[in-house]
Design a protein around this ligand. Sequence first.
Ligand code: FES
Ligand code: FES
Length: 153
Amino acid sequence: MALSLKLNGKTHEVDAEPGTPLLWVIRDELKLTGTKFGCGVAACGACTVHLDGEPVRSCQTFVEDVEGAEITTIEGLNSNVAEAVQAAWVELDVVQCGYCQSGQVMSAVGLLTDNPKPTVEEIDDYMNGNACRCATYQRIRAAIQRASDMMEA
Ligand code: FES
Ligand code: FES
């Protein structure tokens, strides 16, 4: 099935069977490997991308359902919020093994875009679906607060 996807500001013609997870197309067809496969059942957040600016789990998003939407992966993040998040992540040295981190960043950007000054509870609630086997949760929370402060400055 031929599909036209708008991803990271460009249109890509792809060939995929109905029911193919968007994650497969992103990684295997488009060779954008920043988005990770973790669980495959929408339980870990490693595969998070933005669909029209909202974080979604690409492992449980069918490719035929996203034609016409603006898809953004970690490679295509480009906003003031994304810049603040990436700077805070570096400043606070958030990353350990790194596997979950593109999903964490995609969710953090989604959160701060919707809510530039989240409370700790709001951060924990929003980020709840993004698992980290290295348990970097404290640094993630601190980096989101730091990014929020940077955006305000
Ligand atoms: S791989 Fe999609 S949520 Fe885990
Ligand atoms: S940094 Fe290793 S899984 Fe999160």
